[in-house]
Design a protein around this ligand. Structure first.
Ligand code: P61
Length: 459
């Protein structure tokens, strides 16, 4: 008999989680104004809200924590991380920041000006937020296949080169400070970008003299998909693939809470000294001195180790297999999900799951609340609430996809937990016809409203 696959680690420390009753959950979610961000973590059994900062560090990372250097200036932990960043991404200029959006804030303070346009592949919401906050515009150039969850395209994160060229032809180069490529593309379902597409984007960008920046939160998962799906890469190591990926970029922002496998942190790295020199000023103003930038020395040390672990094929195989274990169970039961399955999460197509709920009543949020009540499982809406209102018309923006995202923290839950999640969602799927109404907004913030929105149930 061929031996089955199993993880290349064992568990040294455990954390109890509480299995609540349906009655408790109905009360708690009502008290939380039907916003899952308002729940206390003890009220959640399996927490798939995000894979950001929620993973389990390895013994080697914890060992590195103990040798963190907390010097204000010139910390050895900073140099450990700087060396790792150069080794993995090939960038000489590096700044630590406290998380991904901070990297965006610092870099965009240098690059993005009022009236600019920033093309990319379905910019993540913080990225878009930092662009729109500067009165600039994010233009989505993702391939159309990404928006049809039934199409099985291997690289749904790809940029449509014709759409990109149209943007570059329509604006003078002074108005386009960069192209942002998000690897993997979170918003379209944790979908990878192919190496060929990265190469072509860079070629086009060079013709128009526009720099390319990678939003790198899940760069290692992207490399794993290239190894699996793209011709010519099966025998390359993940680190070799990452090196090639970043040879087509001028700079990067990164939330290291994902593929850095740490609980907090981020970074900014680039080839260009002129960007770096300007960015240092904003880094000092917003984050901290250049050799810690919002991170403790111990966290920089853990990140240096985490980046190395995340770019090992064995780790990535275990990681992505677990996501696909859950996704395949749902697919077998007929639950509509974004296909092919992505890297960090299963994205449930809420419109196809709950066709009777009107779009004005927040379909994916309705499904997210149902799943919480059913099994104590917390996912997150990636749909109309997250899309915010149009900054000019203040009307709701209805995105082309309405997802309930089930993001799986790294090295944290077992496949038994995934079985519970699948069973709960399948139970709802079986009674989906009885769910006909969703929610109304009672109060909301002007930007990134999903974090704090208050909702009222429509009976
Ligand atoms: C997530 F509900 N992602 O997926 P920061 N780029 C990319 C990200 O995925 C990302 C950031 C930049 C999160 C956390 C999150 O409204 C939300 O370290 C591709 O979170 O600042 C973050 O990195 C920003 C969840 C963020 C949200 C914003 O769950």
């Amino acid at each position: 008999m061929e031996l089955p696959f199993a993880e290349n680690y064992r568990i040294k420390m455990v954390e109890p989680i509480y299995r609540s009753t349906r009655e408790e959950r109905e009360k708690w979610i009502r008290e939380a104004d039907y916003n899952l961000f308002n729940l206390r973590s003890e009220q959640v059994y399996v927490d798939l809200l995000t894979d950001s900062g929620t993973g389990a560090m390895s013994d080697q990372q914890w060992a590195a924590v103990m040798t963190g250097d907390e010097s204000y200036a010139g910390s050895s932990s900073f140099f450990n991380l700087k060396d790792r960043v150069r080794q993995i991404f090939g960038f000489d200029y590096f700044l630590p920041v406290h998380q991904g959006r901070a990297a965006e804030n610092v870099l965009f303070s240098v690059l993005v000006k009022k009236g600019n346009v920033v093309p990319g592949n379905s910019h993540f919401d913080t990225t878009k937020g930092h662009i729109e906050f500067r009165k600039a515009k994010a233009i989505d150039c993702t391939i159309n296949e990404a928006f049809d969850t039934t199409i099985n395209h291997p690289f749904k994160g790809n940029i449509d080169l014709e759409k990109l060229q149209l943007v570059l032809d329509s604006y003078p180069k002074e108005q386009v400070p960069m192209i942002i490529v998000t690897v993997t593309c979170n918003t379209s379902g944790g979908q990878p970008v192919s190496m060929e597409n990265m190469r072509q984007v860079k070629q086009l960008a060079d013709i128009y003299e526009i720099p390319v920046v990678y939003d790198s939160a899940r760069f290692a998962e992207n490399a794993w998909f290239i190894k699996q799906r793209e011709e010519g890469y099966a025998d390359k190591s993940i680190k070799e693939i990452v090196t090639e990926m970043y040879s087509y970029a001028d700079g990067m922002t990164m939330s290291s809470k994902k593929d850095g496998i740490v609980n907090i942190g981020g970074l900014l790295a680039m080839r260009r000294k002129d960007w770096y020199d300007e960015a240092t000023v904003y880094n000092i103003m917003y984050e901290g001195f250049l050799t810690y930038g919002g991170m403790a020395g111990r966290d920089m040390n853990a990140l240096a180790v985490g980046l190395n672990e995340a770019t090992e094929a064995d780790y990535l195989e275990a990681r992505i297999r677990q996501v696909h274990y859950l996704g395949n169970k749902l697919i077998e039961a007929g639950v509509p999900v974004q296909q092919p399955l992505g890297g960090h999460a299963v994205f449930v197509d809420a419109r196809r799951f709950l066709p009777a709920v009107p779009k004005e009543e927040y379909v994916a949020q309705t499904l997210a609340v149902e799943l919480y009540v059913e099994g104590g499982i917390r996912g997150v809406e990636v749909g109309t609430l997250l899309a915010d209102r149009d900054p000019v018309t203040h009307e709701n923006r209805y995105p082309s996809t309405e997802f309930l995202r089930l993001a799986i923290p790294r090295r944290t839950y077992t496949n038994n937990h995934m079985d519970v999640v699948a069973a709960a969602l399948i139970n709802i799927f079986e009674r989906r016809d009885s769910i006909r109404h969703g929610y109304l907004i009672e109060h909301e913030a002007p930007i990134m409203r999903h974090f704090t929105v208050g909702l009222k149930k429509i009976d």
